[in-house]
Design a protein around this ligand. Structure first.
Ligand code: AP5
Length: 214
């Protein structure tokens, strides 16, 4: 099974992708996480992408398409994958369609999560994650069971993303509206788009997605 989780910044793509990946033994392909790893490692891709990411802009299509084309060829993707943050422009979607045909693959479902702008801003500006295992939390919406201790690995150090400040969040939402939202009619026309209420609690959103996939 190959899926696309679609939605604006903070819609819950990463949260749901992790849950679905565990339940269905799929690989989560988060282009944002791949880019942040490239920036941290100081690779050529990371150096090219950093300024765009810091400004809340999209990274150029050619870099993203090359990154994904190479990644889905890896053996761990053979059982299926979940795109989290890709495609993000019509050009990326068209390139994805072409590369999947070439590789004899297809996307089974595109699941769009709908969330109000106000909630998106609250979610992003309050988000943090475990520095050891990457588990995601929120200062009010999803706290660890014991303050300061990661539920998953017991880690005690936490990080915040550099692009989760109010100004960059505004730019990311603008980029979503201008460049990414036009993909909704693109996938609706193909008949693969399903919509879920991303305002619901995390567990309910997972249930909605599972019923779409059933
Ligand atoms: P990326 O890392 O993809 O960020 P994003 O799309 O902005 O999405 P986020 O990861 O911020 O949000 P999410 O939807 O995963 O929400 P989450 O589950 O964490 O991209 C970063 C940058 O990389 C881009 O700006 C761009 O520069 C570049 N980039 C990446 N891909 C690219 C591409 N294809 N092309 C070009 N450039 C690209 O949830 C958010 C918070 O809300 C969490 O704290 C969570 O606990 C909470 N939460 C989640 N669901 C719920 C719920 N149902 N109820 C209450 N709280 C919830």
């Amino acid at each position: 099974m190959n899926l696309i989780l679609f939605g604006p910044p903070g819609a819950g793509k990463g949260t749901q992708a992790k849950r679905l990946a565990e339940r269905h033994s799929l690989i989560q392909l988060s282009t944002g996480e791949m880019l942040r790893a490239a920036v941290a490692a100081g690779t050529g891709l990371g150096r090219k992408a950093k300024a765009n990411m810091d400004a809340g802009e999209l990274v150029p299509d050619d870099l993203m398409i090359a990154l994904i084309s190479a990644r889905i060829d890896a053996p761990d993707c053979a059982e299926g994958f979940i795109f989290d943050g890709f495609p993000r422009t019509v050009a990326q979607a068209e390139a994805l369609d072409a590369m999947l045909v070439e590789k004899g693959l297809s996307v089974d479902s595109v699941i769009a999560m709908e969330v109000d702008d106000e909630a998106l801003i609250e979610r992003l500006t309050g988000r943090f994650s475990c520095a050891e295992c990457g588990a995601g939390y929120h200062v009010t919406l999803q706290r660890p069971s014991v303050d300061g201790v990661c539920d998953r690995c017991g880690g005690k150090r936490f990080d915040r993303r550099a692009d989760d400040n109010a100004e960059t969040v505004r730019s990311r939402l603008l980029a979503y509206r201008r460049q990414t939202a036009p993909l909704l009619p693109y996938y609706r026309a193909k008949g693969t788009l399903q919509t879920v209420d991303g305002m619901a609690p995390i567990e309910d959103v997972t249930r909605q997605i599972e019923s779409v996939l059933a």
